[in-house]
Design a protein. Structure first.
Length: 226
């Protein structure tokens, strides 16, 4: 007696192989439906859309703040109609509007289902912390804090008291710590030196600690010749 995910009722199957085949057919149908939904999502000529997992980013650009918000609002209106057709509900509490500019003037606030979208000066997308001026200072600071926590967790392996060789410590650094701060380096690598020095200091400090071996107390030779 095996439960199926479709009916949520007890359905007898003569063997497990038949259930596995039925399960794979259902999973393949769901994946195809999800892919088709993404392909039919509305788009406009004045905006760009990007999808990553369950996050969606819509970008509009213009020299005028009002026109930029109008372009974004038109896309949101078309998206609302599409969501109602497919019976998909958005989480307004997790939606955020941000204006990327070096000026103090920001774009007017847009709405979703007649609800104003919260405006923030910093958002997180695909693990990247995007600030309003794109200085990457907030992203580098967050990565440094994440690195400090990871070093404390694995200090017993890469610290000075560890009995591992320098080669193994370097291997741990490349596999555990380096991927954290190199993520998105193609974008934040152009940040000013005062921001990147934070990660450079961490790298120098960690590699210096990895290559230090624990000190060995040497007893003086007290033997005397007879």
């Amino acid at each position: 007696m095996i439960y199926t995910s479709r009916s949520k009722q007890k359905t007898p199957y003569p063997n497990t192989t038949q259930y596995q085949q039925e399960y794979h057919r259902e999973a393949y149908w769901v994946a195809c439906q999800t892919s088709s939904l993404r392909q039919t999502a509305p788009t406009t000529d004045d905006t760009s859309i990007a999808n990553f997992a369950d996050d969606t980013a819509i970008l509009s650009s213009d020299t005028n703040t009002n026109r930029a918000s109008d372009k974004l609002q038109l896309h949101l209106n078309a998206l609302q109609t599409w969501l109602e057709h497919w019976r998909v509900k958005l989480n307004n509490t997790k939606s955020t509007q941000i204006t990327f500019t070096t000026n103090r003037i920001v774009c007017p606030q847009t709405t979703n289902y007649n609800t104003p979208i919260p405006m923030k000066s910093e958002v997180t997308y695909r693990g990247l912390h995007l600030d309003q001026r794109l200085t990457w200072q907030a992203h580098i600071k967050a990565k440094r804090q994440q690195l400090n926590l990871r070093v404390k967790k694995y200090y017993w392996l890469i610290g000075q008291t560890s009995q591992l060789s320098a080669e193994n410590k370097l291997l741990l650094y490349k596999t555990i710590l380096k991927p954290i701060w190199t993520d998105g380096i193609e974008l934040w690598g152009c940040s000013k030196p005062s921001n990147t020095k934070t990660l450079q200091a961490f790298q120098s400090k960690t590699l210096e600690t990895d290559h230090k071996r624990p000190a060995v107390c040497q007893q003086p030779n007290t033997a005397h010749r007879s």
